[in-house]
Design a binder for this molecule. Structure first.
Ligand SMILES: Cc1ncc(COP(=O)(O)O)c(C=O)c1O
Length: 464
């Protein structure tokens, strides 16, 4: 087993990176004579790069004599290609390198839906219908705010399912929630006022806000969500960023008392609340909790996404803003990318209107719930009472706490070597040292056997 570190934005072509690393692993003896390499398909999927790059690399390595290809059986390390010393591994340990293990591992990455059930036939049919019927103007530049068809359907959908109070004119269609957050930065973080953010909070989102140079005020989160009693009265923030229906990463669901306190704080401080409602459609116990936006539509900027409920590749999200922010928001969106892709918006509008989204969510919710139940059962079996599970009532991931363990690089690498990838909560913490014993386990995209196998592998490592 060896590591490949692929840097997609390096100038060195992918094929060259693979050739260099495999040859170096063979020369140094980390890949042994006779060892079989994974198939090109498997490696391409593990490294998330094109299969062609792998095939070219294998071909080159065969031509150079490092590998031997046996027809019908696979690709193996050639005998006698081991150079005892003086040939150091070219592996980089830089932080921004994407590390991947050569043999496949079970990846508990959070926030990935199960894409095998993406309704591609229905999606394709709707796209075809629209292409057949639509006026040629749909192929021109469109409205920066997004298609009326989608905004109209979405307003009704959000009202029914999330208690969001808005009319279509307050909605802007964005390239995922991430672009909606960028709109917020450009809209509200332009006068060096601080912003308040949950601690811990999604690392990437914090980086998006921090790119403005505005000071940040982290407010601790407990098992319910943001601790509203800690909100600093005199801080005059531009906004409070929160994930009240499924706190990321810890998974809390903010009780109504704290929701009210949050709104009272925003009113007193004349600031906005930015509500990121990224995956709360999947609530496994009771009904999805209504949005914060519904409690005060003038104070709350509501952000949602189709990434978790359908597919992140669509890059479709939305932001609902109070009336007075619509025009500035439109202009920022226009300058960012003119508008989001028209065809995808029209397909999505039809997909919702004809009831397919509702059906898809209901189907997926059943599946995810049973996966969640299995994760919990397997964890309890594998670690018999020595762990604490939380944040498991909503979404596609949960949190496991292993009191006394520290998920540092060494332990995470040991997990990887055992064939399982897990993600430390600490990665999302600004204030270090409080969440070292917790990991995020994303399970939505994993089939049952993988979940069981992954947790057993984890138990093997952590039980040592
Ligand atoms: C807290 C949070 N918000 C939003 C998103 C989704 O972003 P997008 O809609 O751009 O895919 C994620 C993705 O993992 C997330 O963790």
């Amino acid at each position: 087993m060896i590591w490949l570190s692929i840097e997609k934005d390096r100038e060195l072509p992918l094929t060259r990176q693979i050739v260099d690393q495999i040859s170096s692993a063979i020369l140094s003896g980390r890949l042994r004579p006779g060892e079989q390499l994974p198939s090109t398909r498997e490696l391409a999927s593990t490294l998330r790069i094109s299969r062609n790059a792998i095939m070219d690399a294998y071909e080159q390595l065969v031509a150079e004599g490092y590998l031997v290809s046996r027809s019908g059986s696979g690709t193996y390390v050639e005998d006698g290609v081991y150079l005892e010393s003086g040939h150091q591994s070219k592996l980089s340990s830089s932080k921004d390198t994407v590390n991947n293990i050569l043999t496949s591992f079970i990846d508990f990455r959070s926030g990935l839906p199960y894409l095998e059930l993406f309704p591609y036939k229905k999606w394709g049919n709707l796209a075809q219908e629209i292409c057949g019927e639509a006026e040629s103007s749909i192929w021109s530049y469109g409205d920066p705010q997004g298609r009326e068809e989608l905004r109209g359907t979405l307003a009704g959908y959000l009202h029914r399912t999330r208690g969001v109070n808005c009319h279509p004119g307050q909605i802007l269609i964005t390239s995922g929630a991430v672009q909606a957050l960028t709109l917020v930065v450009k809209l509200l973080l332009n006068d060096q006022r601080p912003f308040i953010i949950e601690e811990p909070s999604n690392n990437d989102i914090r980086s998006i806000f921090c790119s403005s140079g505005s000071p940040l005020i982290p407010i601790q989160v407990d098992q319910f969500g943001i601790k509203t009693q800690l909100l600093p009265v005199e801080s005059h923030p531009a906004f409070v960023f929160t994930t009240p229906s499924h706190q990321f990463p810890l998974g809390g669901n903010l009780p109504v008392k704290r929701r009210v306190e949050l709104i009272q704080f925003a009113r007193k401080s004349s600031c906005f609340i930015v509500e990121d409602d990224y995956d709360s459609e999947y609530r496994y116990e009771g009904f999805p909790v209504s949005s914060l936006q519904g409690l005060d539509p003038d104070r709350v900027i509501y952000i949602g996404s189709f990434s978790k409920i359908l597919s992140p590749a669509l890059r479709l999200g939305y932001i609902v803003v109070p009336e007075n922010l619509v025009q500035p928001c439109r202009e920022i969106k226009r300058l960012l990318d003119l508008h989001s892709p028209t065809l995808e918006q029209l397909v999505m509008a039809k997909f919702i209107k004809e009831g397919h989204l509702g059906k898809h969510i209901a189907r997926m919710k059943k599946l995810y719930k049973s996966r969640r139940d299995h994760v919990v059962k397997e964890l309890n079996t594998g670690f018999s009472g020595s762990i604490q599970i939380s944040g498991d009532k909503t979404g596609l991931h949960l949190i496991v706490q292993f009191p006394g363990r520290i998920f540092d690089d060494q332990l995470l690498n040991a997990c990887l070597e055992a064939g399982v990838r897990v993600y430390p909560v600490e990665e999302h913490a600004l204030i270090k040292g409080y969440h070292q014993d917790k990991i995020l386990l994303g399970y939505g995209h994993l089939e049952m056997e993988k979940i069981i196998e992954g947790i057993r592998k984890l138990a093997n490592v952590l039980g040592r």
